[in-house]
Design a binder for this molecule. Structure first.
Ligand code: GDP
Length: 444
């Protein structure tokens, strides 16, 4: 997500920080480029205007032009403004209510509503230890209730038994009763969608809301529809009243216009983003981390969290500690490669690291993609423990032996070693807090 915007912005800001002194004209020029980048990312125009105005005012107010490191200060201001635009501290789903309470999911057909319902239910079950019941109120599309039931079976979340002939409101009331009797904490209500907003849909939503008094009403919107998603949120909020937004298909959204404008235009927080089709492809929306990611400063916090959640805790802690110390031998690389497969492949993990744009390009150039991870691991396995700890030992004859042992060319071994060297350097920088940001802020 945000790849294209991130490339543009980090390019612009990189140029700014590499200059010794900045004139007002330099800043204006950079802001013009930032403005263009945001417009190309499909951010709503009023949001772009307010963003650049605020950055300009703050930049001038902070006497950036006289500073020793003016570029860095501008980056910081852009970063802070980005965080503000995205919603400040971020708002997770609010679970502070007496059990059982309802979370009502609304949105258009095909937006990812049913998938997101199951994803959220799974997250509340696994991470929050809540007992969750899911119910589909979509009586219009025959397969809808069945779809939720199947998702329930796949994720191990209970679904309300299907009773033919009931209205959405009847099903919703039955779900609340079942939750009370069954000792559930939360009821996820997956409402029916339409291809577009119409009056009967809004009336139905209002009735369900009145019958269940949901604690959260989450609009599910497809991020790929850009400003349409923002307009949709506004309409739903005016008619039904929403408490937050779930943006789906962020995995395919390189521009991010909807995510970037949503809060500023609608006043409602993006609470979660969908990043894939699988049941665990759901992330909390943390404005500060997203701003880091967009500006190319990486997202170590997300990475470690994700790692801790999905991987063996001990391994994750060891990995983080070694990374921090800059100890990163081939054994660690092999371990990382295996974990990368679990974490959604190389692209998944690289997207969360500092200096990612550059690194990713190097990896692409080295033709490292998810298909070759297994081969990389095989190469490392053909080495002796000593060689894994001290890659410097690997001279020509050893490389040849390893290549033969793992069934690859010596060139492949070299490629792997080069990648390892680059990663080890990167880890060392991360450990010292000298990512892109660290370097830039060093002089302050
Ligand atoms: P609904 O009609 O709104 O209930 O939509 P569904 O939940 O049935 O989702 C429609 C399609 O979008 C399905 O194929 C989902 O797998 C897919 N989908 C949902 N969320 C995401 C997401 O975050 N990323 C991607 N890539 N696909 C998603």
């Amino acid at each position: 997500m945000f790849e294209s915007l991130s490339d543009r912005l980090s390019g612009i800001l990189d140029k700014l920080t590499r200059r010794g002194a900045l004139s007002e004209a330099d800043v204006s020029e950079a802001l013009r480029e930032v403005r263009r980048a945001l417009i190309e990312a499909d951010v709503a125009l009023p949001v772009v205007k307010s963003f650049t105005d605020k950055v300009r005012t703050r930049a001038v107010g902070q006497e950036v032009l006289k500073s020793v490191t003016p570029g860095q200060q501008v980056v910081k201001i852009v970063h802070d403004q980005l965080v503000e635009m995205l919603g400040g501290a971020g708002e997770p789903i609010d679970l502070n209510a007496a059990a059982p309470f309802a979370i009502m999911m609304v949105g258009l057909q095909g937006s990812g509503k049913t998938t997101s319902t199951a994803k959220i239910a799974l997250r509340l079950t696994k991470n929050e230890r809540r007992k969750v019941l899911m119910a589909s109120l979509d009586t219009r599309r025959p397969a809808a209730q069945e779809q939720l039931k199947v998702l329930g079976e796949q994720t191990g979340i209970e679904t309300l038994p299907i009773v033919a002939g009931q209205s959405p409101v009847q099903i919703a009331s039955r779900a609340m009763t079942a939750a009370r009797l069954g000792g559930y904490d939360i009821v996820m209500l997956d409402t029916a969608g339409r291809t577009h907003i119409d009056e009967p849909l809004m009336v139905e939503m209002a009735e369900i809301k009145a019958a269940t008094n949901p604690h959260e009403i989450l609009l599910v919107a497809d991020s790929l529809t850009g400003q349409d998603a923002v307009n949709l949120a506004t309409s739903f909020d005016e008619r039904v009243g929403i408490t937050g937004i779930v943006l789906t298909r962020m995995d395919g959204d390189g521009r991010g216009g909807a995510a970037l404008s949503m809060r500023a235009v609608t006043g409602k927080p993006v609470k979660l983003v969908g990043t894939g089709e699988k049941a665990d492809a759901l992330e909390e929306f943390h404005p500060a981390r997203i701003a880091d990611r967009i500006l190319g400063m990486g997202d170590i916090v997300s990475l470690v969290e994700k790692a801790a959640r999905e991987l063996d805790q001990e391994k994750a802690a060891k990995m983080a500690a070694r990374m921090q110390k800059g100890n990163f031998d081939l054994e660690d690389l092999a371990e990382q490669l295996r974990q990368m497969e679990k974490l959604g492949g190389m692209s998944g993990i690289m997207g969360m690291m500092p200096g990612v744009g550059k690194m990713k390009k190097q990896l692409d150039a080295a033709n490292i993609d998810d298909r070759v991870i297994k081969r990389q691991v095989a190469i490392i396995q053909s080495m002796t423990p000593q060689e894994r700890r001290k890659p410097d030992l690997l001279k020509a004859s050893r490389k040849k032996r390893i290549a033969t042992g793992s069934g690859v060319d010596v060139a492949d071994v070299n490629k792997l070693l080069k990648m390892h060297r680059q990663m080890a350097d990167m880890m060392k920088q991360m450990g010292k807090g000298k990512g892109l940001l660290g370097k830039m802020m060093g002089g302050m």
